[in-house]
Design a protein around this ligand. Structure first.
Ligand SMILES: Nc1ncnc2c1ncn2[C@@H]1O[C@H](COP(=O)(O)OP(=O)(O)OP(=O)(O)O)[C@@H](O)[C@H]1O
Length: 599
């Protein structure tokens, strides 16, 4: 197997078995396309010969001016030529159409499979990969693979068939001239390979620079608010200009090289035509060649030249296509460690919402050496509200991530009503049992109603409204001219932080989760909107197990149990009153927060 370097820097093998899986169901399209392309090639090989016949007829009548017999004699070869031209057009249409169907079907299947493969990857995968890279594989890599495949089948096959066929014609017409022409071939190949290598190198550099330029633009556009807030438009523009200029210079160098390459090739090819004409003319004068044969020879050698040109272009495209295919298959072949579905489902009547961490040790897959939780034990009784507090980076969000089973624990277990969550159906757990509301609610760029319905796609409009009322969102939604059909913009950009958060609460409440996970749900809000959202959350908490992570301790005073985390270890646990009396960690955290405004 050939190995190619992918953009992720790892050596990737092209997975021919996988490729065959995609090709096999559409093999008839491929066979039809190959047949069509070969038919075109065969016609292209024969046309010069028929054309030669026409020239011979014309040559006969250059002295003999009998137009009537000329027309009669031209009839057969002319009709033959017309039939061949029409046949060639029809075959061209046929193979292009077949190939386009084949390419589209394969790429559609690959695209949908790749997207499904991406969707089922572990969260750890997304911690490691850049979003741009993932999207690139779905878009440009599949596009590159498709075009390269189509080009290889059509252009490659046709070119090879034409080179072989026309070479045979050349030998048949004049072995002598063909031998002399062939003497030049090794030199041409050597020079072409050397120059081609240099050009490919420059082209790679230019391509990498273009990608760099795009990345600068991408970052500036997607972070436009930060750019604007810091007044960095000019710096961003300068950065972009510098990268774009470098890309321009590299592309100019490439153009310089391609220009010379083309010029040299043209000079050489024209020289070959001249030599052929000279030698052909000489053979013509000695009656060893007819004018038609000379014409056929010239046409056939031009077809070979064109085909060789096509093949050299194709080479670059095949390398690009194989590299792109390897990248696509690399993601497809990645096996997630956690399945999305499958496993036990606790019957509705037995579902209470008791959560327990038993002797849990955990490190993130991207930082295996750093244990975030070590021998961690915690009971979250059903129907109670448990708050986790502690300084930043101490593992509070990690607790929530483990309940969601975004990651699996390294040792110990997390249980729901006594069942290890590893044995439960993850999609049931996330869709039915858990409702997560995080610090930065992410909405989809669609309408409010669709965003709320994301929590339970089968919900009716009435149920959506009920959830919105419970989340204190109904009033502000109704005040919009388009009400629930208001479009929220990309990631909900047209709504205020508090409004987005209340829609996210409605979305989580719609599925009526048994366990509600609030990961700093109000910390991004100002005091006014925090109050409104806090009220919404008080409604939402009723009758559920709730885990609250909060920075502002004022929001967790009413919790049934407060847990103070320090470096992944529980250092204190109790109610607000108990912990305040203790004058320990919790007290000092509260004290610090009261001190800040005063200072
Ligand atoms: N996806 C991740 N991959 C690797 N390490 C992570 C990841 N998420 C968090 N960490 C690390 O794990 C530790 C605990 O992070 P965690 O987010 O649980 O803290 P936290 O107490 O919730 O902090 P904060 O209050 O600032 O949100 C930190 O050292 C953090 O850098």
């Amino acid at each position: 197997m050939t190995t190619y370097r992918t953009s992720s820097g790892k050596q990737q093998k092209f997975d021919w078995d996988k490729f065959w899986q995609y090709l096999k169901p559409h093999i008839w399209y491929l066979i039809a396309a190959i047949a069509g392309a070969l038919a075109v090639a065969i016609l292209n090989i024969q046309i010069p010969q028929v054309m030669g016949g026409v020239i011979n007829v014309i040559a006969q009548y250059t002295d003999n001016k009998n137009s009537e017999s000329f027309i009669n004699e031209m009839k057969v070869p002319a009709i033959k030529l017309i039939a061949m031209y029409v046949g060639q057009s029809l075959c061209t249409f046929f193979y292009i159409y077949m190939l386009s169907n084949l390419g589209e079907r394969i790429s559609f299947q690959m695209k949908t499979d790749l997207f499904a493969a991406i969707m089922r990857q572990d969260i750890a995968f997304f911690d490691q990969q850049r979003t741009g890279e993932v999207i690139n594989r779905l878009t440009s890599d599949i596009q590159d693979f498709k075009s390269s495949f189509k080009q290889t089948v059509s252009g490659g096959l046709r070119a090879i068939a034409q080179i072989v066929g026309c070479s045979v014609s050349l030998i048949m017409i004049s072995p002598h001239m063909t031998f002399i022409t062939l003497l030049c071939v090794p030199t041409v190949i050597a020079v072409g390979t050397l120059f081609g290598g240099l050009l490919r190198n420059t082209s790679r550099k230019a391509q990498a620079q273009i990608e760099k330029t795009t990345a600068v633009a991408d970052e500036a556009v997607s972070n436009i608010r930060t750019v604007r807030a810091f007044g960095m438009e000019d710096q961003e523009r300068e950065l972009f200009d510098a990268e774009a200029e470098l890309a321009m210079v590299l592309n100019e160098n490439l153009g310089f090289g391609i220009g010379w390459f083309q010029a040299g090739t043209n000079l050489f090819l024209n020289g070959m035509v001249l030599i052929t004409l000279y030698m052909g003319g000489y053979l013509l004068s000695t009656d060893k060649l007819s004018p038609g044969e000379l014409m056929a020879y010239l046409m056939a050698s031009q077809t070979i030249q064109r085909s060789l040109g096509q093949l050299s272009l194709l080479f670059g495209s095949v390398v690009r296509g194989v590299a792109a295919g390897s990248r696509v298959f690399e993601y497809m072949n990645l096996r997630p460690t956690m399945p999305l579905r499958g496993g036990k489902i606790i019957p509705e009547d037995n579902l209470k919402g008791d959560i327990e961490f038993k002797n849990v040790t955990f490190a993130y897959p991207t930082r295996r050496q750093q244990y975030v939780l070590k021998n961690f034990d915690l009971k979250i009784p059903s129907g109670k509200t448990l708050a986790i507090v502690g300084a930043s980076g101490n593992g509070k969000s990690t607790v929530v991530a483990l309940i969601e089973r975004f990651y699996d624990v390294n040792c110990g277990s997390v249980t729901l009503d006594g069942h290890d969550i590893k044995t439960l159906d993850p999609s049931w757990l996330r869709q039915r049992v858990l409702g997560l509301i995080s610090q930065e609610p992410i909405l989809f760029g669609t309408s409010i109603v669709e965003n709320i319905r994301y929590g339970l796609p089968s919900a009716s409009d009435e149920e959506v409204k009920e959830a919105a009322k419970l989340a204190n969102a109904h009033d502000f939604i109704s005040s919009f001219p388009q009400g629930y059909d208001t479009m929220v913009g990309e990631r909900g950009v047209t709504l205020s932080g508090g409004q987005k958060q209340r829609i996210a609460i409605a979305r989580a409440l719609l599925k009526n989760p048994t366990v509600l996970l609030l990961d700093e749900a109000t910390s991004a809000l100002d005091t006014e909107s925090e109050k409104v959202v806090q009220n919404a959350l008080e409604n939402a908490k009723k009758g559920r197990t709730v885990v609250v992570i909060a920075h502002r301790l004022s929001t967790v005073q009413n919790a049934d149990i407060i847990v103070v985390l320090n470096k992944g270890v529980i250092v204190e646990m109790g109610t607000h009153e108990e912990l305040t009396r203790k004058r320990g960690y919790y007290w000092s955290l509260t004290y610090q927060q009261q001190e800040v405004p005063a200072g």
